[in-house]
Each structure stands twice: as C-alpha cells, then as structure tokens.
Design a protein around this ligand. Structure first.
Ligand SMILES: [Zn+2]
Length: 503
C-alpha cells in the first residue's frame, strides 16, 4: 500500500557567538532544493535525503519534498529567511494535503533571529497542522541541543552515531524502516528524553577507538534490545549556542513509556560520567610549530587543526593566527586551508596569477581574538572554489568555497576563500591544484571532521588552540540564556542527586 510521506530538510548548526546572520545564499553554497525534482540532485550522496529517497522506493512511499536545505554552521539564521523555510515546509500541510508520515532532516541546534529553538518551533507548527494521527519522525545531528518542544511534537527521533559524521544515509534508512513498521501496524511509540545540567560530554562525541562515545553507543544498543524500546539516541549537544536547552541529551523511542523512562535516565547517567573525558587541553601554536619544524621533506603530512576558528563549529573561519605562526616559524612545503576573506580574493583576482600583492588577510570577524595578518604574497591560482567531495563525509556532494585564490608566501600556500570553509575533504586542496599528500605540513580549519579524510594520509594530526569563537575554553564565552548551575562552568561533581536538577 502506498503511503504519502512529506520529506523535508532544514539543516543548520548555529553558533550564537557569530554576529553575522546566516541567509538563504549561505545555504545555496551547499544546497537549497525546493521540490522533489531538484532534490533528486542529492540521489546517491551520503545524505539523509538520499537515504530517505532510497527507502521511499523500497517502502512504496509517495514523497513530497518541499525543501531540502543545508548550510555550513554559522550565525543565527535571518528572520525573513526562517519565515521562508517555514512557509515552504508547512506549505503542503497548509494547502490541506494529508500525509501518513512526515520525515524531517534536522540538525537540532538551529537558532534564528526570531527563536532560540528553531526545530522545536517548526515541529510544533507541523504537529498542529498535521494533526495527532500523522507519524512525525526526525533525524538529528549528534550535536543537537534537544528541546522539550521537539520531543513532544515527534513520534520518532534519532541522531547520528558517528563523529566524524559519516552515517547520514544509514541513519535515514534506519529511521525509514522504523517509520514503515509503524505505518504497517506496529504500535505507535512515544519519545522520552533525559538531560542533566551539562554543556558537553564524551569528548564532544568523537567515535574513534579509545574515546568514550563508542562505549556509550554500545550501551544504547543494549537498551534497544529491551522489550518496549524501539530506539535509543544520544545527542552530545552543541556548546557554542547560548540557548536554554544546551547540552547532551538522551532520547528513547519506546512503546512502553516506563521502560523508556528507566532507559533514558540510565543512559543519561552514563553520559554524565563521561564528562571528564572532554578534552580541555590543546596544543599551543608554539608547540605545534616545534613539531612542524621537525618534519622532513618526504614525510607524510602533519595535519594541524585550527579548531577554535572552525567554521563547522560556526566560527568565522577567517582567523590567521595559526597561519601567522607557520609563517613566523618559516615552515616549508606547507599549505593552509582556508582563510575566508572575499576582499583579499578580489584583490588577488584583479592582480592576476603571478603578481605579488600586499594583503591584510582575515581577522575581520573577531579582531579582538584573531587580528588580521599583514603579508606579501604571490598569486598562484584563482578558481571558482567549487568541488565535489571525495568523502567519506559528504561524499558526492558539491561544495563551494566561493571565488578562491591561492597565494604563496615563503614555503606556504594559502587558500583564501570567499565563504567560511571547514576543511573535511581532500578536494579542498586538490581543486586548487595542491596535492595534500605531498605536503609536509597542513594547517586547516576543523576540529574532528577532517580526520575521516586526513587521518589516513597524515603522519600525525594535532588540535591547536590558536583562539576564536569555537574555542573549548567555554568559561571565556559570555552566556546569557543557559541554565545555571551547569557543568563545566560550575563544578557539580559533589552534587548528590543530579536527577532532581534536571533542567
Ligand atoms: Zn555534528
């Protein structure tokens, strides 16, 4: 039997400390598809939309796809564009179309100029229009800050289980299976959430061997084998978002609500106990330069991750601090990706390849932390900044850095982009004519996602704190909306009965 399913995506991780509003054009540099015909461009990619489309064929769903849109993490979404998102996604429901189920691809940590809980607001309006009978399911990023409003409006909810995130398609297929079971008669589940007053845990969810997250996911898998439990999902939260619902959470999808409650509290306690594994100490630029200086030509690359200015954490991606250290240390056979500075790209473009130019590079977003870098450099390459990801993360998806310039100073090639660019894919370098595997030192903007593609080619990877608004020194950020007390801003280690402190 054919079921009518509405499938929609609005995916944005919002760093509320970023003062620049995110607009529709920022989504268009990744993707913004209205209607199923254009959304088919995502078929075959490692995305939830592709997974749901694949599942729709298997389960004989008639899909309506009003919007599939994803942007790089950045500041709160502009109010007008958020209104457009809601108008598009709610459009078929407002027009009176009936759906058996609704599948939403969400991040979970989205903030707009008009709401601190974008997903909660959207899910609430969808539920109000669709009615109680429609099955509502949502997939989330592992770094979702889940709100009670999200949970009360949905029937099924599940986050990624990998970080770096490489299971987008797989999670959608899993979710589609659970949806189909209910559509053909399995009991309708309920969502149970647990949370404790904390901002981060389990080393931000890293799933590499030796990290605490794989153990937590194993516990969740054990819980899923219990009677009455459909799915157990652990969200690690996103600490660079100043919202009341900040931090890790557990959502258990259960047909037996009391078993769900027990399981959710149990898993949340395990998450709480993982908090001290959160990595709070990182290399300084000086320590990183000592290691880089020891590299010899022919070595595999040392990969230095400038995570405190990581655009995938919503930072500006324009800090030249780590690059400044590489230049001062006269590191050879190195490349840095990327410094976002559209004005410098324009300047390189009008000078042309081969010209020597003077730049005041980057440092516009948070000059108090990361001032611009005055430099002289030769223009090596000019490109449109487009590339298709070789994966594994985002494999097959087209990304754009905007008009892009490569300039050389000493032994360092610097990729200057026109949009903030988190470096997760080797094609960031290859697309501008640089072979990352031949470099001795790579500097890049990322915290963990780069490891999926770069760890296999690296002699070593190192996280360097060179300053920025995605720093792990959360004490230095000024929060106004989060609940207090909260770990790690307050030491809650001696609090006996944490469950009574539930936010
Ligand atoms: Zn994430």
């Amino acid at each position: 039997m054919t079921h009518n399913v509405l499938l929609a995506e609005i995916m944005h991780e919002t760093n509320t400390f970023n003062r620049i509003a995110t607009v529709r054009a920022d989504f268009e540099t990744r993707y913004w598809h209205e209607g199923i015909d254009t959304a088919r461009a995502l078929e075959g990619t490692n995305t939830e939309i592709a997974g749901f489309m694949e599942a729709a064929i298997e389960h004989d769903w008639a899909l309506t796809v009003p919007l599939a849109a994803s942007a790089s993490p950045s500041g709160p979404m502009a109010g007008d564009d958020w209104a457009t998102v809601k108008r598009l996604i709610l459009g078929p429901l407002r027009a009176g179309k009936r759906f058996d189920a609704i599948a939403l691809v969400l991040h979970g940590s989205m903030v707009t100029e008009t709401t601190l809980d974008a997903e909660g607001e959207l899910l609430g309006e969808i539920r109000a229009l669709a009615g109680a009978d429609t099955l509502i399911a949502a997939t989330l990023d592992m770094h979702a800050n889940v709100s009670p409003a999200m949970v009360t409006s949905a029937d099924l909810m599940m986050a990624y289980r990998t970080y770096p995130h490489v299971d987008q398609r797989e999670r959608a297929l899993h979710m589609a299976r659970l949806m189909q079971e209910v559509l053909v008669g399995a009991p309708r589940p309920k969502l149970v959430m647990a949370r404790l007053p904390m901002m981060d845990a389990a080393n931000h969810g890293q799933t590499a061997a030796g990290q605490p997250m794989p153990g937590l996911l194993n516990l969740a898998a054990d819980v899923e084998r219990r009677d009455g439990i459909v799915c157990a999902s652990i969200q690690i939260g996103f600490p660079w978002s100043d919202v009341p619902d900040i931090g890790p959470s557990v959502i258990v999808t259960a047909t037996d609500e009391s078993s769900g409650r027990v399981a959710a509290d149990e898993l949340m306690q395990a998450v709480w106990h993982s908090r001290h594994h959160t990595q709070l100490e990182f290399a300084t630029p000086a320590e990183a330069m000592a290691l880089a200086g020891a590299g010899k030509s022919g070595d595999k690359p040392l990969v230095l991750a400038d995570f405190a200015d990581n655009p995938a954490g919503g930072a500006y991606g324009d800090s030249p601090n780590l690059l400044r250290a590489l230049i001062a240390a006269e590191i050879e056979n190195a490349a840095f990706a990327t410094i976002c500075d559209p004005l410098c790209v324009e300047c390189a473009g009008s000078a042309g390849v081969g010209a020597i130019i003077r730049l005041s590079l980057g440092g516009k977003g948070a000059p108090e932390l990361t001032p611009p870098l005055d430099m002289k450099a030769r223009v090596i390459n000019l490109t449109d900044g487009e590339f298709i990801c070789s994966g594994p993360m985002w494999q097959g998806v087209r990304f754009s850095m905007g008009p892009t310039a490569v300039v050389r100073t000493g032994g360092i090639d610097v990729i200057i982009s026109s949009v903030p660019t988190a470096v997760m894919d080797l094609n960031v370098f290859r697309s501008v004519g640089i072979d990352p595997e031949k470099l001795t030192t790579i500097g890049l903007k990322s915290r963990n996602h780069f490891k999926a593609a770069y760890a296999p080619i690296a002699r070593e990877t190192m996280l360097v704190d060179a300053g920025g608004i995605a720093s792990m020194r959360l004490q230095e950020l000024i929060y106004r909306n989060i609940p207090r007390p909260i770990w790690p801003l307050e030491n809650l280690d001696l609090v006996k009965d944490l469950l009574t402190m539930k936010p």
